[in-house]
Design a protein around this ligand. Structure first.
Ligand code: NAI
Length: 329
């Protein structure tokens, strides 16, 4: 079976090539081009294509893939909001994805961001490198016996809850469904109560109409002064302008973001200097208590291996007509 791998980064090849040895029946060609209508004809002669969350897997692309004989679309990510599922079904293209490849990878980064903004590790690192061993601006708070509020207790939120438990925190959570695995140590509360009681708020729910901008000035005002906010989920859960307003009101001890509203592509590579001057992400970076990382939650050795393994298993399953929780269409 032949698989064309779109938008291949060096790290994709490094994780897929060794795993590919376990799947000798799959022959992979890697290309750097992103999947879109213009590049879809390149898949002529391939059984399947592999795409990422950044690809355009809309109706036009799917039609071209289908016309060129492609039967399987293997998403090497959990999200599939960029796939026209109805069109794929109409064309009989099987689409599979990789849900929950390594919840711990994202949860560990969430706690890393919380610790980094609390203890100002980015500032401490730079100070000591410049031979400044003073402690000015570095005072943090203990997490021990503080309250962690987890919004969304699916796979990643549950992993974050377990990490917070390890720190000796009290854990409260809000979710539309309660996770029975957490019942021994997590207290479910309303979202308002979570906002008002938490010392650390970590977002782990999906971006949907009813979660869009859930962190807005109205909700920020319900939070404790000196709260820490971490978002490793999706940028648009937070209204960035109103977050900046909250930061100006001195609400936050720290804010750690792995995701942000302006995230389409690399903010720095894709945007002109002029646009950057008006970028809210750049404005956020001007605050000393904000730390931003570049959507690296999933980026661990184990998570990449799991993605590669599941993606290639998905291709075999697609060929054999096996259906499971990885099915999109
Ligand atoms: P999941 O599907 O296991 O859990 C999501 C949870 O959110 C579920 O328990 C669901 O009931 C809950 N939820 C749904 N609507 C809600 C609402 N209105 N309020 C509160 N909770 C709600 O998903 P998983 O694997 O834990 O991923 C969570 C999020 O993490 C994903 O949606 C994705 O945006 C993000 N993510 C970030 C990565 C990164 O590299 N930073 C990598 C992978 C995922």
């Amino acid at each position: 079976m032949r698989l064309l791998f779109y938008a291949a980064k060096v790290y994709d090849r490094k994780s897929f090539e060794p795993v590919n040895e376990e799947f000798p029946e799959i022959e992979i060609d890697y290309i750097e081009h992103e999947l879109e209508p213009l590049t879809a004809p390149l898949a002529k002669g391939y059984d399947g294509i592999c795409a990422f969350v950044s690809a355009d897997v809309g109706s036009e692309t799917l039609q071209i893939l289908h016309d060129n004989g492609v039967k399987y679309v293997l998403m090497r990510c959990a999200g599939y909001n960029n796939v026209d599922v109805d069109k794929a079904k109409e064309l009989g293209i099987t689409v599979k994805r990789v849900p929950g490849y390594s919840p711990e990878a994202v949860a560990e980064l969430a706690m890393g961001l919380a610790l980094a903004v609390n203890r100002r590790l980015y500032k401490a690192y730079n100070k000591v490198r410049e031979n400044d061993y003073t402690l000015k601006g570095l005072r943090g708070v203990n997490f021990y016996q503080k309250t962690a509020g987890i919004v969304g207790t699916g796979k990643i939120g549950a992993a974050m809850a377990r990490i917070c438990k390890g720190f000796g925190m009290n854990i409260i959570a809000y979710d539309v469904y309660e996770n029975p695995d957490l019942k021994d140590f997590v207290e479910y509360v309303s979202l308002d109560e979570l906002f008002s009681r938490s010392d650390l708020i970590s977002l782990h729910c999906p971006l949907m109409d009813n979660t869009y901008h859930m962190i807005n000035i109205e909700n920020i005002k319900k939070m404790k002064d000196g709260v820490i906010l971490v978002n490793t989920s999706r940028g648009a859960l937070v209204d960035t302008d109103e977050l900046i307003e909250g930061i100006r009101l001195n609400k936050f001890l720290g804010v750690g973001l792995d995701v942000y509203e302006e995230e389409t592509g690399n903010v720095y590579e894709d945007r002109s200097d002029e646009i950057m001057q008006h970028s809210v992400t750049a404005r956020l970076l001007s605050f000393p208590n904000v730390m931003i990382t570049s959507h690296q939650g999933f980026y661990t050795l184990e998570a990449l291996e799991a993605i590669a393994h599941t993606t290639l298993t998905n291709m075999i399953d697609a060929k054999n007509g096996v259906h499971n929780g990885n099915d999109v269409a």
